[in-house]
Design a protein around this ligand. Structure first.
Ligand SMILES: [Zn+2]
Ligand SMILES: [Zn+2]
Length: 294
């Protein structure tokens, strides 16, 4: 997600080197408020929304076009759940995903265009500020942090007292399609976007971290709801594949409502004993069917 560089605002005050970064940013407040009154916030929000929604529609759209329309005659026997969702299911998934994206766009806009809040983020402008090693390592940290965050909020949302209110919308897709990637109740959408807040305030974040990580996130999310398994046969038995979350695992979660709570990995499911006992059998059954798609 593109975000305004803190440096950009500070650069506007060139010549005030005696002030700290925070003082410089705070002293810009009247300028930023003025710009906001002239539509800066709505422009920022619109840009965020366009970024998020174009990714969703392009990636889920390509997946849907290929797996549900163009290649359907050749690969439908490989579909994890053999029947296809109804048109009304796709409409519901897209509708809730659109509401989710409206919410997702609000958070970066609020944080990064409110100077008194933006100044507390760890957003940085130049890769050299923290070096290339950190820049690369941060992606790995983000991956594991998001997986942990998702696993636990997901399990909390499955508590009987919270499930109906927060998470039932997502589980209306018992046979999910790529369009289900962001099909959340608005309250779940708020919970899901919490990871963005944690990243911005919890670790130094370059704009490329946010852009590439959330691009990867939507790709993996669409794969998770694809309805087809793309990893090769016996992948679930390999030393690394055992700990990677697959479309089959997440499809089982949608079908049965319990177990397989992970996002990118099955590490937490292994540790917490929530990996479904029938996961390996399901993976092997899907991959043993007729024509291969890998
Ligand atoms: Zn769930
Ligand atoms: Zn899901």
């Amino acid at each position: 997600m593109p975000v305004p560089a803190r440096g950009f605002k500070i650069e506007l005050l060139a010549g005030t080197d005696n002030l700290s970064s925070r003082q410089k940013l705070l002293s810009l407040y009247p300028i930023i408020v003025l710009q906001r009154n002239n539509g800066m916030n709505i422009n920022f929000w619109t840009r965020e929304l366009l970024t998020i929604s174009s990714r969703y529609f392009i990636i889920a759209g390509i997946a849907f076009l290929l797996a549900y329309i163009i290649l359907k005659p050749w690969i439908s026997e490989k579909k994890i759940q053999k029947i296809f969702p109804k048109g009304s299911d796709y409409a519901r998934e897209i509708g809730f995903s659109m509401i989710t994206m409206l919410i997702f766009a609000c958070v970066p806009t609020f944080i990064l265009t409110t100077p008194s809040i933006a100044v507390h983020t760890l957003y940085y402008r130049n890769i050299s500020d923290y070096g290339m090693v950190y820049f690369c390592l941060a992606f790995v940290i983000m991956l594991f942090a998001h997986d942990m965050y998702f696993y636990w909020i997901h399990r909390i949302m499955h508590h009987p007292k919270l499930f109906k209110l927060l998470h039932l919308v997502h589980h209306k897709s018992t046979n999910p399609s790529p369009w289900a990637a962001y099909s959340f109740h608005p309250l779940e959408a708020i919970a899901e976007v919490g990871i963005y807040v944690i990243f911005l305030f919890g670790m130094p974040m370059h704009k490329y971290h946010l852009i590439f990580f959330f691009l990867f996130q939507i790709i993996y999310n669409v794969y998770g709801h694809l309805g087809y398994e793309l990893y090769p046969k016996n992948f679930n038995k390999t030393w690394i594949g055992k700990y990677i979350n697959t479309s089959t695992a997440h499809n089982q979660h949608h079908k049965f409502f319990n177990g397989n709570y992970g996002l990118y990995f099955t590490i937490w499911d292994h540790w917490m004993g929530t990996l479904r006992n029938d996961y390996d059998a399901a993976f092997e059954e899907v991959k043993s069917r007729g024509r291969k798609i890998n």
